[in-house]
Design a protein. Structure first.
Length: 117
């Protein structure tokens, strides 16, 4: 029997405390222009290639942030990405591990990862 559920991830929801500040921080971190509106007062869909990211202030609670990275952002140059984040003053949680990835936190404390593709 084939499944009606696709082997694809559509969107990842990230809990954030302040939707406007989070929108601006993520767009700046990704080097993309802020596009579109905040929906329903608590959702912002980040313009992504591939799997989507939705920032959601309605689901935020300090004890509900990602304590481990649930996904990673891709990079072609891990050293350049690490230096970029360091220069931006982002809270880096690890150095570059195995010449392949590093972890960092967003302003709300969500653990995120950048990984060499």
């Amino acid at each position: 029997m084939s499944s009606p559920i696709l082997n694809q991830i559509g969107t990842v929801f990230i809990p954030v405390s302040n939707i406007e500040k989070a929108r601006d921080w993520y767009c700046e971190m990704l080097g993309i222009k802020v596009e579109g509106d905040i929906q329903f007062g608590h959702l912002y869909v980040i313009p992504m290639e591939g799997t989507g990211i939705v920032l959601d202030s309605k689901i935020y609670a300090k004890d509900k942030v990602f304590r481990t990275a649930a996904f990673h952002f891709n990079t072609e140059n891990i050293e350049e990405a690490y230096c970029y984040m360091k220069e931006k003053g982002v809270e880096l949680i690890s150095d570059i591990e195995h010449n392949h990835y590093f972890n960092f936190k967003d302003p709300d404390g969500n653990m995120l990862m950048v990984c060499k593709c």
